[in-house]
Design a protein around this ligand. Structure first.
Ligand code: IPM
Ligand code: MG
Length: 354
């Protein structure tokens, strides 16, 4: 099965972690019916410095004509805030990638790396955040002058319906018994519309329990009883915040993956960590966030649940042998980005050969 994958390596540690993601895709291409072809689509701060544009037309065309996009990270410390990062927004808006899927799963062997006490981890952490990815404050409708600044928090019925429906379908597919909706309906009008639509759509899923939580309380419950949550659906701004909180619970921000998805369009898969300029070029970044984003690509864009699960198992097995510095263990070898990728690739190869 031929698939074209566009690759945007980006800035900072982006190229280092993307190398490892590509390595995993190459193994899959060698050992399964998939046949991947890679096409570079440069974007970000380095590209902006060269061309004065963080997303050249040519790159966007390459992305648009591919089957999926593997993305690193954007941002350079010597550029003004947002100059590089805004390319992500252009891609999300330009391809109407209305779902931001952000799973956080704490592998059992990384339990000691979770910042929570064992009693709070309870039966474990395995949550998927389904963040609306095109509306709300991120529409960036607003203005700023010396005396005031404003942004419009715009939620539309269409926007709410499609993301909430996606979340329920996702929960159904995963066999989840509950969908939690996070809002601020005690104050904000967009949240009131959101909550109404959440229950309207929820009626079509009688077997799934529905739960509403205000975003401030949710931030507390996420560290107090994370084991209670399965699928969590929320708006753009709240999703940005709670998904970062959640990402740290799995041992390291470097472990967290994401998909920017439109089920009918090219979707984009990226680790949720940023370009991490402080460690760029040192070869120590954790590639697992990117490798688990490849897992999401397989499962969400290429409909291959099975191979995605093999990637997951390969990661879990590799973690028993060695770790990058952010999740290091006294008992195991501390590995470079490339060595960590090699270990996972080796595990995956053995699993796919069988
Ligand atoms: C994320 C990032 C972006 C966002 C930034 C870089 C604009 O924090 O993907 O969560 O806020 O969506
Ligand atoms: Mg964020």
């Amino acid at each position: 099965m031929k698939k074209i994958i566009s690759v945007c390596r980006g800035d900072g540690v982006g190229p280092e972690v993307v190398n490892e993601g590509v390595k995993i895709l190459e193994i899959i291409s060698d050992y399964t019916e998939f046949d991947f072809e890679f096409k570079e689509a440069p974007a970000g701060g380095e590209v902006w410095k060269k061309f004065g544009n963080n997303l050249p037309e040519q790159s966007f065309e390459t992305i648009r004509n591919s089957d999926a996009l593997l993305f690193g990270a954007l941002g350079l410390p010597d550029l003004p805030l947002g100059v590089a990062e805004s390319a992500i927004m252009k891609i999300r808006q330009g391809l109407d990638l209305y779902v931001n899927l952000r799973p956080i799963k704490l592998y059992d062997i990384l339990r000691e790396k979770c910042p929570l006490k064992d009693e709070f981890i309870g039966s474990g952490i395995d949550i998927t955040f389904v963040r609306e990815n095109t509306e709300g404050l991120y529409k960036n409708i607003g203005s700023i002058d010396e005396d005031s600044a404003q942004n419009l928090m715009l939620y539309t019925r269409k926007g709410c319906e499609r993301i909430i429906k996606y979340a329920f379908e996702f929960a159904k597919k995963k066999g989840h018994s509950k969908v939690t909706s996070v809002d601020k309906a005690n104050l904000l009008k967009p949240s009131q519309l959101w909550r109404k639509i959440f229950h309207e759509i929820g009626e079509n899923y009688p077997k799934i329990q529905k739960e509403d939580i205000y975003v401030d309380a949710y931030c507390q419950w996420l560290i107090r009883a994370p084991y209670k949550f399965q699928t969590v659906v929320t708006g753009n701004m709240f999703g940005d915040i709670i998904s970062d909180e959640g990402a740290f619970l799995i041992g390291s921000l470097g472990m967290a993956s994401s998909g920017n998805i439109n089920p009918r369009n090219v979707s984009m898969y990226e680790p949720i960590h940023g370009s991490a300029p402080d460690i760029a070029g040192k070869g120590i970044a954790n590639p697992i966030g990117t490798i688990l984003s490849v897992k999401l690509m397989l499962q969400e864009s290429f409909n291959s649940l099975e191979i995605g699960n093999e990637v997951d198992k390969a990661v879990e097995e590799a973690l028993k042998e060695g770790r990058t510095v952010d999740i290091k263990s006294e008992k195991l070898k501390t590995l470079s980005t490339e060595e960590m990728g090699d270990l996972i690739a080796e595990q995956l190869k053995n699993r796919l050969k069988k």
